[in-house]
Design a protein around this ligand. Structure first.
Ligand code: NAP
Length: 324
């Protein structure tokens, strides 16, 4: 059994990590650090864990854990690692965007590897620091990577992705307030969302020309999941596209191409990404669906931990969606 520590334990991704790690056969949770709840039961923040754990939040860390997950807002991971030291053998998995871009990937001589297993499984296996991808970034990259690798993404790509309110974290805000969010839909950060940087780095990593991405993020009036659509010019048939995607994801145990149109609830509460392909005239429409907190955050972090420690990649992640 390896020992895990969680920083930022009272937030949404922290809560999902606790839930996943409690059920992971190779892991024990050594501590859950919280700046606001030290000494209190974990269940005071995560009522869904009542009866599953007697863990208390701590105000101190154990620097000798085997793995630590940072579940902090942007900028706070760097600050936390500046102020706290872990043993040389502790592996670090950061869920923020502090280390995702190659220009930000080095801290104190340690290089964070971008943790999207479908893109860089072998590098993740030998990594000691992981920058876990963003949630929108995960859904959009999984929709576009096969085309980028095949050099078929040289035209403009139009992307729309709708996310649940948990994507914005546990602290209430004007746009996550029930009265505003319920029965409401709105876009934000049109064409400028911060995840475009990591998406473009991954698409460009194959060395092929990539067309301009036009990404419109949308806030949905539900709590969990991301449904992304992306369309671009494509000369082949839909069968060509399906074969391309199925080949690319042949070894991916969580990313699956569906012959049927997909919907969000079939992936919520799982680490899966489902993808559907549709051809209209000379345009290919790619749809992808993930759970923002699982494949888009804590589940992917556990998947990365499994790869780093040589566990089965799906250990602790065999989850069933609550479709009905
Ligand atoms: N939500 C998603 O769908 C999602 C998906 C992918 C990636 N991410 C990224 O994952 C990270 C965590 O997201 P989240 O949704 O879990 O956020 P969250 O619900 O807001 O939780 C973040 C936690 O960080 C701690 N914290 C807040 N301010 C802090 C500070 N100044 N210094 C130290 N700790 C502080 C708090 O926990 P304590 O009070 O217990 O210390 C807080 O509950 C973010 O960087 C986010 O962008 C989120």
């Amino acid at each position: 059994m390896i020992k895990a520590g969680i920083i930022g334990g009272s937030g949404y991704t922290g809560g999902e990590l606790i839930r996943l790690l409690l059920n992971h056969p190779e892991t024990t949770i050594d501590f859950v650090f919280s700046t606001t709840r030290a000494g209190k039961q974990v269940t005071t923040a995560h009522q869904d864990l009542l009866g599953l754990t007697n863990l208390e939040f701590t105000g101190t860390i154990n620097p000798n854990v085997d793995v630590v997950f940072l579940c902090l807002g942007h900028g706070n991971s760097t600050k936390f690692l500046e102020e706290n030291t872990f043993s040389n053998s502790t592996k670090i998995i950061d869920l923020s965007n502090d280390f995702r871009l190659s220009q930000d990937a080095v801290l104190h001589g340690k290089t964070f590897v971008y943790g999207l297993p479908e893109l860089s499984r072998e590098n993740i296996k030998t990594a000691t620091e992981i920058a876990n991808p963003g949630c929108f970034a995960t859904s959009i990259q999984l929709a576009l990577l096969p085309l980028a690798k095949a050099g078929l993404l040289e035209n403009e790509v139009h992307i729309n992705a709708i996310t649940g309110s948990t994507g914005a974290g546990v602290s209430p805000s004007a746009t996550s307030h029930f009265s505003w969010r319920n029965n409401n839909v709105s876009w934000y950060k049109p064409f400028t969302h911060q995840h475009l940087g990591e998406i473009c780095e991954s698409l460009d990593s194959f060395g092929n020309k990539t067309g301009k991405l036009f990404f419109l993020p949308t806030r949905g009036n539900f709590t969990r999941g991301i449904l992304a659509t992306a369309y671009t010019k494509f000369e082949g048939s839909v069968e060509d596209a399906q074969n391309l995607f199925k080949d690319f994801y042949a070894d991916a145990i969580f990313t699956h191409v569906s012959d049927e149109p997909i919907h969000l609830k079939q992936v919520v509460n799982t680490n899966n990404c489902h993808i559907h392909l549709h051809k209209h005239e000379d345009v290919l429409l790619v749809t992808s669906a993930i759970d923002n907190l699982i494949k888009g955050a804590s589940g992917q972090a556990v998947q990365n931990m499994n790869l780093m420690f040589g566990f089965e990649e799906n250990q602790g992640l065999q989850l069933k969606a609550g479709v009905f």
